[in-house]
Design a protein around this ligand. Structure first.
Ligand code: SF4
Ligand code: SF4
Length: 379
């Protein structure tokens, strides 16, 4: 086991059933096989990214063929898988139906359940808080197999394996964490890392076949990366993927959090697979993060106004669903007409949850004045 690579990355060119199963088998084999990760009789939570009621082609959620292939291998290992997540806003049954999870569960005869019923999870390291409430179903599962989607993220740069486990926090409580953590991405990354290390998934399998770039996690552009990746350590996997996507590791909040806490795995660049050693995806559209917290705390208000991008709603694209108003943790949004949302920028904490949940891509960003000056100066 000590000779195992920190992660494995293999090409997978499509979601054709045979190809996904075949590539997953090669991936698992390179890490010691599914039997290394689950034992016969164990209840295993399969935790995909089910952000919203989106079709698989939109690349917002983990593809059902990846979830299906993973579930099959868990069944073959003699364990009892179930699919679960806590979508941010849309009802679970519509999310399960639209994303294809309900069909996979029906075909394989396994449960597909909302992660509800919050219970306290003591944080193993407690860098932000001593405990965080997560779903009892996640806490009481014998093992967790983490099934994230490879996507960019407007607030956190990338959403990969570590952040996917924040999905075990039950629904509205996610918003209250956004509000508690406020503007500070680094603290938010600390929280994600705390949750991931406390839940300690036995295995992370990344659906990077069809991913998302640009304004992820909900409104970016689908992009075929053609990649299936896995690791026993979601942090090692995320850091490797960050470099593979050509993103700036030093700007990645998760990396900064891990570095501060001395948790960066020494061997995260050592991976098995069929990619050339120096391979990097070309021209991936990675969101540029704002320079919040360059200033002392007393000047935070100034920083928020001038060094951050603010959300801007576009009434002409709005379909009047009201999801942004509902999700806003700072209660900074008010509906003026069915399609016009007023944003109180003094209250707004720049968490971009509104942009994340908007189904019509009707919320964009306006960069702060100083950011535009810095852009001009070629920072
Ligand atoms: S307006 Fe949008 S970015 Fe601002 S606090 Fe509300 S959800 Fe977050
Ligand atoms: S801006 Fe988006 S989320 Fe808000 S009401 Fe309009 S369509 Fe819905």
């Amino acid at each position: 086991m000590t000779d195992m690579p920190s992660a494995a990355l293999f090409r997978c060119g499509s979601y054709e059933r045979e190809e996904v199963e075949d590539r997953l088998d090669i991936l698992l084999e390179s890490l010691g096989g599914m039997g290394r990760f689950v034992l016969p009789g164990e209840r295993v939570l399969l935790k995909p990214n089910l952000l919203s009621a989106s079709s698989p082609e939109q690349c917002v959620t983990t593809h059902p063929e990846v979830v299906r292939a993973a579930a099959l291998r868990v069944l073959e290992a003699g364990a009892h898988p179930f699919i679960g997540d806590s979508p941010g806003l849309d009802g679970f049954s519509s999310v399960a139906a639209k994303t294809g999870m309900a069909a996979v569960a029906g075909e394989l005869g396994i449960p597909c359940a909302e992660l509800d019923d919050p219970v306290p999870l003591p944080m193993a390291e407690g860098s932000v808080f001593q405990r965080v409430e997560v779903s009892r179903k996640a806490l009481e599962a014998g093992k967790i197999i983490n099934l994230p989607k490879l996507k960019t993220h407007a607030q956190m740069m990338l959403t990969l394996g570590v952040k996917n486990l924040f999905g075990t926090v039950v629904r509205q409580r996610k918003a209250s964490w956004h509000y508690t953590v406020g503007l500070d991405r680094d603290v938010f990354a600390d929280l994600h890392l705390d949750i991931a290390r406390s839940l300690a998934p036995t295995l992370t399998i990344m659906d990077g076949i069809g991913g998302m770039e640009g304004r992820g996690p909900g409104n970016g552009r689908p992009r075929m990366f053609g990649l299936l990746a896995a690791s026993a350590d979601p942090l090692a996997l995320d850091l490797r993927l960050c470099t593979l996507l050509g993103a700036d590791l030093q700007a990645f909040p998760l990396y900064r959090s891990a570095r501060r806490r001395n948790l960066v795995p020494k061997d995260f660049g050592t991976t098995a697979g069929d990619l050339p050693p120096d391979f990097v995806f070309e021209k991936v559209d990675i969101p540029r993060l704002d320079s919040l917290h360059l200033l002392p705390a007393l000047l935070d208000g100034f920083g928020k106004r001038h060094l951050s991008s603010r959300p801007v709603q576009r009434p002409r694209d709005c379909i009047g669903c009201g999801k942004c108003v509902e999700v806003c943790p700072a209660k900074a949004m008010t509906r003026k007409t069915p399609n016009t949302i007023y944003i109180d920028y003094e209250k707004c904490i720049r968490c971009y949850c509104c942009q994340e949940v908007c189904p019509a891509d009707a919320i964009g960003f306006s960069r702060g004045f100083l950011l535009r000056v810095l852009d001009f100066l070629g920072r």
